[in-house]
Ligand binder design. Structure first.
Ligand code: ADP
Length: 576
């Protein structure tokens, strides 16, 4: 990810060299020149010496600016790339991934983990490079000036490296833990906020608060442990650094006493000593930060490296405009990660499904909850791949065709319609992004939605609240139907809302659905008798199998499960 930033990196390095170079050179200059200047007692010379120093510091500051700005912009760009790449990857992952991960956790990685990586690129990298150059340079200069003293200083090196290695490993581990716990707290908060109605209806505000506080408290404990470790490491390095300062003073002081060194030289030695000390401290801090960022980076790249389970064929066929025949050939399916049963077999949600649906046919799926209706429907747009068997559309195995050409011909009206936080118009346009306003309105009319939309405060330009909070269930459904009408797919998948709509609303929705279904192959999960009656055939599902298949009359005559279900569930409705 740093590759595209190489010019900025070069610029930053240039700035860094300038700053560090001046930082290293000026004590030497002081040591060599201040003695002469003072001995001559000339104010003019002192003035120009001081001015020269200021000039040097101006160069240093300019270098500092270039370096900070270049590194800062690298950091921001890397964060941008990382976030967009991560989000891009997330959206391409298959549905099973989202079944395994919770929203809050993913959001946490997208925000807080990425932010930690930025610290690594910007501040940490600058400090690390600058301080390392400072440290090595100062040591080299001191070495050239006084070998025995430097060798004595270098004796401390193994201690420093050993300390850093041990602490670093600990920090990386702790950091990953801290970020994990933060993600857990984010999940709790996200669920509490999005489920606020449930929270309030059970008066569980306090409970949710406690849950969040508890999650965050364990995060706090780990963060404190990490802080303690970093503080210990930092002050250890500080001790070593300033210890070296004392060593310089002691060594050089003896040489001043016995006359082999001058006081100005001692001054520059001292400045180098301070430089060595602060460099040690700086490097230690950065090292800690970097280890922390590595923990976070691991979490980010883990997601970027995640592979979708539903993969496009290597040479996908473009599905031509379809007629809409669907067939299931020996389709079995199990969700990944479901606990195996006693025989060690993954529980099959669908077993050996054989089903052919003709173009234009309307098929209703009925059966008890958990029978596998949604799962069967989810196989058609290839949200999941069957464990064995084939799903074919117009004779094409859907695994061989491009996802885009498949899904662009399938419309889905889910039970719970997700409206995005834009205007009503934008929400309908989601069905086809290049639709004109006239087409949108026509779709809304066909979906029986136009009437209520023009009654909204700003008509089509009314912004819907998060999750469409300002629209009723029936209204949201009709927006979803308008979306599907606009998309004009050959195959329609309907998941009928279970929640009872009021009579008038139901009629409007039903009418809209009838218009939508006209001339399209429709597979629907049906709960209401009226919709089931509209179907050409009814598939009764039971424990992942097709238990019965036929028209309403045929199944009633059969006197089996459908007849029983009918007696139990629909008679009252029919009588009413
Ligand atoms: P229906 O739509 O008929 O109510 P589903 O197809 O939703 O049934 O579910 C069939 C079975 O698969 C159920 O036992 C359910 O628990 C299980 N199931 C559904 N979705 C998942 C999932 N994402 N991961 C694991 N199991 C699932």
């Amino acid at each position: 990810m740093l590759g595209p930033q190489r010019w900025r990196i070069a610029l930053a390095l240039l700035g860094l060299l300038l700053t560090s170079g001046v930082g290293l050179a000026f004590p030497l200059m002081i040591g060599q020149q201040i003695g002469q200047v003072l001995e001559q007692g000339d104010y003019g010379q002192l003035n120009s010496f001081a001015l020269g120093l200021v000039g040097l510091f101006v160069v240093m500051a300019a270098g500092g600016f270039v370096q900070s700005y270049a590194l800062g912009s690298i950091g921001e760009r890397v964060v941008y790339d990382l976030r967009t790449q991560l989000y891009g990857r997330l959206t391409t992952l298959s549905l099973d991934f989202f079944g395994r991960h919770r929203t809050g956790e993913l959001v946490s990685r997208l925000s807080s983990d990425v932010t930690l990586v930025r610290t690594l690129v910007t501040t940490s990298a600058t400090t690390l490079l600058g301080q390392t150059i400072g440290l090595v340079g100062a040591l080299a200069i001191v070495l050239a000036m006084n070998t025995s003293l430097t060798l004595f200083l270098l004796g401390m090196l193994p201690v420093v490296v050993g300390l850093a290695l041990v602490m670093g490993k600990q920090l990386e581990k702790l950091s990953a833990g801290v970020q994990d716990e933060l993600a857990r707290a984010t999940v709790t908060a996200e669920e509490g906020i999005s489920g606020i109605r449930v929270v309030k209806s059970f008066a569980r505000e306090g409970y949710e608060y406690q849950r969040f506080a508890a999650d965050l408290a364990s995060n706090l404990r780990s963060a404190l442990r990490m802080t303690a470790l970093r503080a210990g490491f930092g002050s250890g390095m500080m001790l070593i650094g300033f210890g070296s300062l004392a060593a310089v003073l002691w060594f050089a002081g003896r040489q001043v006493i016995d006359g082999s060194m001058t006081l100005p030289l001692l001054t520059s030695f001292l400045i180098y000593g301070i430089q060595i000390a602060t460099s040690c401290f700086g490097i230690a801090q950065v090292y800690g930060e970097a280890q922390q960022a590595f923990g976070a980076m691991g979490r980010v790249f883990e997601l970027i490296d995640e592979q979708p389970t539903v993969v496009e064929a290597r040479h996908p066929v473009e599905l031509p405009a379809i007629r809409g025949g669907i067939s299931f050939r020996g389709v079995s399916f199990a969700y990944a990660g479901q606990a195996a049963d006693a025989e060690g077999e993954a529980p099959a949600v669908l077993r050996e499904i054989e089903l052919s649906i003709a173009p234009g046919e309307i098929v209703a799926l009925v059966g008890a909850s958990g029978a596998g209706k949604s799962t069967l429907m989810n196989l058609i747009p290839r949200f999941y791949d069957p464990t064995s068997g084939q799903v074919k559309i117009d004779g094409y195995d859907i695994r061989d065709v491009s996802e885009q050409s498949l899904r662009s011909q399938i419309g889905l009206v889910p039970q719970e319609t997700m409206l995005f936080g834009g205007t009503v118009r934008e929400n309908i346009r989601y069905g086809r992004l290049d639709a004109s306003d006239t087409e949108i309105e026509a779709a809304a009319r066909a979906a029986n939605a136009h009437e209520f939309i023009v009654g909204l405060p700003q008509g089509y330009d009314t912004v819907v609240g998060e999750r469409g909070a300002r629209l009723s269930g029936g209204e949201r459904q009709r927006v979803a139907i308008a979306r599907a009408i606009l998309k004009n797919p050959r195959i329609l998948l309907l998941d009928e809302a279970t929640s009872a709509l009021d009579n008038q609303s139901e009629q409007l929705v039903q009418q809209a659905l009838d218009r939508l279904m006209r001339g399209r192959t429709t597979v629907m999960i049906a709960h209401r008798l009226s919709t089931i009656r509209a179907a050409n055939r009814i598939v009764v599902m039971e424990q992942g199998r097709v238990a019965e298949l036929g028209t309403h009359e045929e199944l009633m005559a059969l006197g089996g499960r459908y007849a029983a279900l009918y007696a139990l569930q629909f008679r009252a409705e029919a009588v009413a």
